[in-house]
Design a protein around this ligand. Structure first.
Ligand code: HEM
Length: 466
């Protein structure tokens, strides 16, 4: 904190205009409802402004040009590691998300083959199997919490597909890996003021203890695989054998950090996307009808094939997925810190300033997405007008574009297709959606849904009409 204040005081150029007085109310509002605060600030100051939140000035840059500036054209002037999200290092160590510069570039090159289309396709069966068995609970008349259900499912998928560990196997069950992982994540959903405390018996200390327990599982799996030479289709297997052009391989510590990063980065993002998608479908029966009609003609009662899931060839579902990620981009904020001072749209930003881009607000600017609160998949129809560069950034952009994008899309498509082929989900009448923001956006108190029989539906296809 002191270092943050010192670097703010040593600024050699002014911060962009904004609200820079110390204000507990603003800090609270940022923690509880950043969306409306940022949208309101955009209306006052337009695409770049400063807000004092928590203890320091934070610069926000919003809209297509800002997103492109931070993620693509001037990406090398920003670091992730020193951003406001730096406490993620406590769980993930030096994985892809928290490293910068040459280390990031080299690690990404080593990791990329693990996310090629054919490796991702190899995970499809595991996702379909896990989803099919989890769907046994979806009997007509049941009430389920779709968010909690998907969270559990996504964790099982991650353990199998990323890590090659059987979630029902002896070791994973003996340390209750799923519970430990949830416990570690709960640090990041706790109140900001609790998260900054350090020392014994703080939430930080508990996070460290939980991370060490999870390490036991990860390291023992790494050493078992190294000793036996056993490999599978999972991403851990690929990391164990991965090397760069100079023949450098990953150490056990690097593999541990990458596995933990992938588990973290891939977990709540896909879970939230499935939840928000079904929330919107329950409120838009005509869109649901189009998805069912598409399934009837293209799948004809058969489960989707890995090729169909990887390619995203169910066009109506694809548009619904894209619109869900527009309205509710789970990784809603891109935290960075400026290396050198810079100028953007006539305003200066000091070196070492905290700078964030924000997909959530950028996706709600009416001049870019008219009537942004409306859920309209046709925005993404093949003949819809092209969007400006940087307008649509649910997976970030440039050299830090989400490495798990294909995996996440595959997972959401598979889960959504299988749910849709089995039943209809509706919302209880008294349900109101509240959104939690940290660390990703998700339904605050879960998503209760009522399971009904699958309705046969016919509806005009948007893509056929287009
Ligand atoms: C719908 C699902 C997902 C969404 C919306 C999403 C979104 C994002 C976004 C916006 C970023 C960039 C953040 C920034 O610029 O600061 C990112 C990075 C990342 N994501 Fe995802 N993600 C998803 C799924 C996944 C999955 C399934 C995995 C792992 C299997 C994953 C692993 C990562 C990693 C490792 C990074 C860091 C990449 C780098 O810095 O090089 N994500 N994700």
């Amino acid at each position: 904190m002191l270092e943050d204040l010192r670097s703010e005081r040593s600024a050699t150029v002014p911060f962009p205009p904004g609200d820079t007085s110390v204000s507990l109310a603003r800090t609270r509002r940022f923690a509880e409802d950043p969306f409306s605060l940022l949208l309101e600030s955009y209306e006052r100051f337009v695409s770049i402004f400063t807000l004092r939140v928590f203890h320091s000035n934070v610069v926000f840059m919003l809209g297509p040009a800002a997103n492109h500036y931070i993620t693509v054209s001037h990406a090398s002037n920003f670091t992730w590691r020193e951003s406001h999200f730096r406490d993620l290092i406590g769980l993930m160590g030096d994985g892809l998300l928290t490293i910068d510069g040459d280390f990031h570039r080299r690690s990404r090159l080593i990791m990329l083959p693990a996310f090629h289309r054919e490796h991702i396709a190899a995970s499809a069966q595991a996702i379909v199997d896990e989803t099919t068995s989890a769907l046994e609970r979806f009997v007509p008349g049941a009430r389920i919490d779709l968010y909690a259900w998907t969270r559990r499912l996504a964790l099982r998928v991650a353990m199998r597909a990323l890590f090659g560990v059987d979630p029902d196997g002896e070791q994973a069950r003996s340390i209750d890996a799923a519970r430990l992982f949830e416990e570690a994540l709960s640090f990041y959903t706790s109140d900001y003021f609790l998260r900054v405390l350090r020392g014994p018996r703080t939430r930080w200390a508990r996070l460290q203890q939980t991370a060490r327990k999870l390490d036991t599982l990860i390291y023992s799996e790494i050493s078992r695989r190294r000793a036996t030479g056993e490999r599978g289709q999972d991403i851990l297997s690929l990391l164990l054998d991965a090397h760069d052009e100079d023949g450098n391989t990953l150490s056990d510590l690097q593999i541990r950090d990458e596995v933990m990063t992938l588990m973290f980065a891939g977990h709540d993002t896909t879970t939230s996307t499935v939840s928000f998608m079904f929330y919107e479908l329950a409120r838009h029966p005509h869109i649901l009808a189009r998805l069912l009609a598409e399934q009837d003609t293209q799948l004809a009662g058969e489960p989707p094939t890995p090729a169909q899931l990887v390619s995203g060839e169910l066009a109506e579902l694809e548009m619904v997925l894209e619109e869900t990620l527009r309205k509710y981009p789970p990784a809603w904020i891109g935290p960075r810190r400026a290396v050198e001072a810079f100028e953007f749209e006539g305003h200066t930003v000091p070196a070492r300033a905290f700078v964030n881009y924000c997909s959530w607000v950028s996706h709600h600017l009416p001049h870019v997405f008219p009537e942004p609160e409306q859920f309209r998949p046709e925005r993404f129809a093949p003949d819809a007008p092209a969007l400006p560069k940087g307008a649509y950034v649910p997976f970030g952009g440039g050299s830090r574009t989400c490495i798990g994008m294909r995996f996440g899309q595959l997972e959401v498509r598979a889960i959504a297709t299988l749910i849709l082929s089995r039943c209809t989900l509706s919302l209880p009448e008294d349900f109101t959606l509240n959104i939690r923001q940290m660390p990703t956006i998700s339904p605050k108190s879960g998503l209760p849904m009522l399971v009904g029989p699958r309705t046969a539906a016919t509806a005009p296809s948007l893509t056929a009409a287009a």
